[in-house]
Unconditional design. Sequence first.
Length: 166
Amino acid sequence: MLQFYGYPDLEVFEEVCHGTCLAGAAPVVPSFGPCFKPAKLTLKELEASAKTSRTALLATVRSSGDVEVDETVFQKTLEELDCGWLEGPIPVKDLPDNAIVSRRFGIRQTSGDTIKVRLIDDFAASGVNDTVRVESAAKLHTIDVAAALCMELLKSSADQQWLEKP
């Protein structure tokens, strides 16, 4: 499908099928604009501090104080394990010295009348995010861009009736 529609980044298929690396240099995406954000930390530096960071992080593990959130995080984690997306549990004593551990927690997220628990893997606290170097980025459109697009659509279709969606 990507080839048929002329999508410029065919490597996205492999990424969807096999996953993506969360640390180090991010792949350049041809359809994104160029930018440069250097890594703050090398992978070797992260690995060198892993044992100390892991000990400090594990000392802070506790309940969120909300039984429903804690149970949902646990159940969703077990589902990911069943799908083969995770491995474990791995006893701390069996982790290599350079193993990076990231905290996982849940937050309540509201969408209309629906409230659900969303899982967060905190790669910022573990330092993983600091190892990422970026050379391309998507341009995020602001409300001004959306408003300008609406104005252009209205101008170009003056003879058509526009209906609102409640």
